[in-house]
Design a protein around this ligand. Structure first.
Ligand code: ADP
Ligand code: MG
Length: 447
């Protein structure tokens, strides 16, 4: 009877989903008060719990006739290092490279990427790259903040993995590249680092390459990796907030290498596209945004799509807190708060803006955040401050350490911790984060 659970479940999910996410999912035991499953990867465990909890519950009910809660445990230690390597060569996506998946935001897919005429050509090339890795090499995409570069890159990564389950796809930010390099130098193991990038990736995607401006040593290392991969016909995809010539202080040989591939700009979306993006952004939060509301947002907020997202999050939060409908009058009110706050640009320092937002959303005072209290909420608030300084305001770890009076490792740990929750896409931390970003964006949004 118990083995039925898996059979029922398997029938309920699409084959592709099953192959991607459930291939290590096993029934461990059926007890009086719960059902226990196991999986071979921590990220997958959380992912299955949040995204497929409903269907798992329904399958248990159908197979056993009981409403038993379930638990997924991590098959600890079953994947030894050697086994991981074996899995990397054969088998399903998730056995091959569990750690790489965890870098990607599951929402950044082509399905969620709205294409207007402005970016049609870019979109077509991006899709083509996922079908023919190595064809446009490198593929270099540049454009302003919040226009969807990271989303596009991650969509390419995810689709390439689906199209070519045997290819090793590696998405990283150039900051990660640098940190890995520094770490390997500290550990006296630069060779391992080189192998990692040069031998272990068939498709390498590097986000925000402009971060390497002024960092000659890292650029040199990157140049060698780039050449080696390129010579071997491996696909490189790079994005930047500016075009290659504007990468001041970059080695000229690196710039000319970027220029020899396919260079494309990501354009600002027109109002019509913004309308569809607004609908899609709300849909991602499981909210159906009425057309008139999407229209008024699209017509009043241009440029940076993070602002559009900020406004939508604010609408959703407001309507759920005050139990009101999302309609034009609420949208106008929120747009007004955008307008009035942008008329008087915030002269506050980023950290003070964050303290204010946290006070508003979490009801935790800046004194508490700066103090020594180790209660769970306050610790979370502190970590959010550091994370938002990094993600939203683009601060470097050193600056964050200085502004918050924390040690480097604490800052790095905090950022990683929040990043994991936020990337996972669900849960209270993610909601808090969205809420805070919504508030902060609405204050800084120029309408
Ligand atoms: P960038 O990396 O260029 O700064 P992001 O990729 O972070 O921009 O995009 C900002 C937000 O806008 C993300 O939430 C992203 O999903 C969303 N977004 C950007 N472009 C699109 C698009 N064409 N369709 C749907 N959502 C988009
Ligand atoms: Mg980005």
């Amino acid at each position: 009877m118990s083995s039925q659970i898996i059979n029922v479940l398997k029938k309920k999910v699409a084959k592709k989903t099953w192959d991607n996410w459930f291939s290590t999912f096993e029934l461990k035991s059926v007890e009086d008060d719960r059902v226990v499953f196991s999986v071979a990867n921590l990220f997958i465990k959380d992912w299955l719990q949040t995204k497929y909890g409903g269907v798992i519950n329904r399958s248990i009910h159908e197979a056993t006739g009981k409403e038993l809660p379930f638990e997924i445990v991590f098959k600890n230690g079953e994947l030894s290092k050697e086994e991981t390597v074996v899995h990397q060569q054969a088998g399903s996506l998730l056995k091959r490279k569990p750690l790489m998946i965890s870098n990607l935001n599951p929402e950044y897919t082509f399905e969620n990427f709205v294409v207007g005429e402005e970016n049609r050509a870019l979109y077509e090339v991006a899709r083509d790259v996922t079908r023919n890795p190595g064809k446009y090499n490198p593929f270099f995409v540049h454009g302003g903040v919040g226009l969807g570069k990271t989303h596009l890159l991650q969509a390419i990564a995810q689709e390439t993995m689906t199209n070519f389950p045997d290819k090793k796809v590696l998405y990283i930010t150039s900051e990660q590249f640098m940190n890995d390099m520094i770490q390997s130098i500290k550990e006296n193991n630069i060779q391992k680092f080189r192998d990692h990038y040069r031998k272990r990736s068939d498709v390498l995607l590097i986000d925000d390459i402009q971060f390497l401006i002024g960092k000659k040593g890292v650029q040199t290392e990157f140049f060698h990796s780039f050449n080696e991969l390129h010579d071997a016909g491996k696909q490189l995809i790079i994005c930047s907030d500016r075009n290659p010539e504007e990468l001041d202080n970059f080695h000229s040989r690196l710039i000319s290498r970027f220029q020899m591939g396919m260079l494309m700009t990501i354009q600002q979306p027109e109002a019509e596209t913004r309308f569809h993006i607004a609908k899609k952004l709300a849909q991602r939060e499981s909210v159906n945004l009425p057309d008139d509301v999407a229209m008024i947002l699209a017509n009043n907020i241009d440029g940076n799509l993070r602002r559009l997202r900020g406004a939508i999050i604010k609408l959703i939060v407001h309507s759920s807190v005050y139990n009101t409908r999302i309609d034009i009058s609420l949208a106008s009110m929120i747009l007004q708060s955008f307008a009035s706050s942008s008329a008087v640009p915030s002269s506050q320092k980023p950290i003070d803006q964050i303290y204010d937002a946290i006070e508003h959303v979490m009801k935790i005072s800046r004194e508490d955040i700066k103090g020594n209290n180790r209660s769970k909420e306050i610790v979370l608030a502190r970590q959010l401050v550091m994370y938002i300084l990094k993600q939203h305001f683009g601060k470097q770890v050193a600056e964050i350490a200085r502004d918050t009076g924390k040690q480097h490792p604490t800052v790095i740990h905090s950022i990683k911790k929040i990043d994991k929750s936020v990337m996972m896409g669900r849960g209270s931390t993610k909601i808090l984060y969205d809420d805070l970003i919504g508030l902060l964006s609405s204050r800084s949004a120029a309408v």
